[in-house]
Design a protein around this ligand. Structure first.
Ligand SMILES: [Zn+2]
Length: 181
């Protein structure tokens, strides 16, 4: 079967196809791995099949392409959808693209909501945040969030130990000290 796409068309087409192992996702995975984080990919049974799942952090990471997921485009109103710097909607078949992108945005929000309702943290990383001059800052923010989530998960245990000790120690001290009165 003849391939009727020119190499340029094929490249454009391929770059718009949802797939695993897209370049932005690889950048995130590589960064996490090299900083000692471990994760699972596209886990079945987790809503929205997040690109990266980090169970010890109760965190799902989505690495979103700016075009398909409509980064920063205005979502309300059919015709009022505005282009953003990183998501320019084609003029040809504009209605089709507007509907398509809006559906993707709605589905994304539903998935994030379901995950959060179930106690998961959701981190969304946009393709444009992974450009060479932004990736470091982006991933440091991600790392900060992961640390916060991890601490939040383990904090209750630490507090209950501290409370037990605090409740006992001052009692012993007060029996023998009158604090100068
Ligand atoms: Zn973007």
């Amino acid at each position: 079967m003849p391939d009727r796409l020119t190499p340029t068309q094929r490249h454009t087409c391929m770059s718009h196809i949802h797939s695993r192992d897209t370049k932005p996702e690889l950048l995130v995975r590589r960064w996490l791995w090299s900083h000692g984080y471990r994760y699972r990919l596209n886990v079945k049974g987790v809503p929205g099949r997040p690109d990266i799942v980090m169970r010890p952090y109760h965190t799902a990471i989505f690495v979103n392409g700016c075009f398909w997921h409509g980064h920063n485009v205005e979502t309300h109103g059919r015709a009022s959808l505005q282009n953003s710097d990183c998501c320019k909607i084609p003029q040809t078949n504009r209605d089709f693209w507007v509907n398509k992108i809006r559906r993707n945005q709605e589905r994304d929000q539903q998935n994030y909501h379901i995950l959060q309702e179930n106690g998961w943290h959701v981190i969304v990383i946009w393709e444009c945040q992974l450009k060479p001059n932004s990736i470091k800052e982006t991933m440091l923010k991600v790392e900060t969030m992961l640390c916060d989530y991890f601490l939040a998960l383990h904090r209750p245990k630490i507090i209950s130990y501290a409370t037990t000790e605090d409740a006992e120690l001052p009692m012993a001290a007060e029996d023998s000290e009158d604090y100068g009165r």
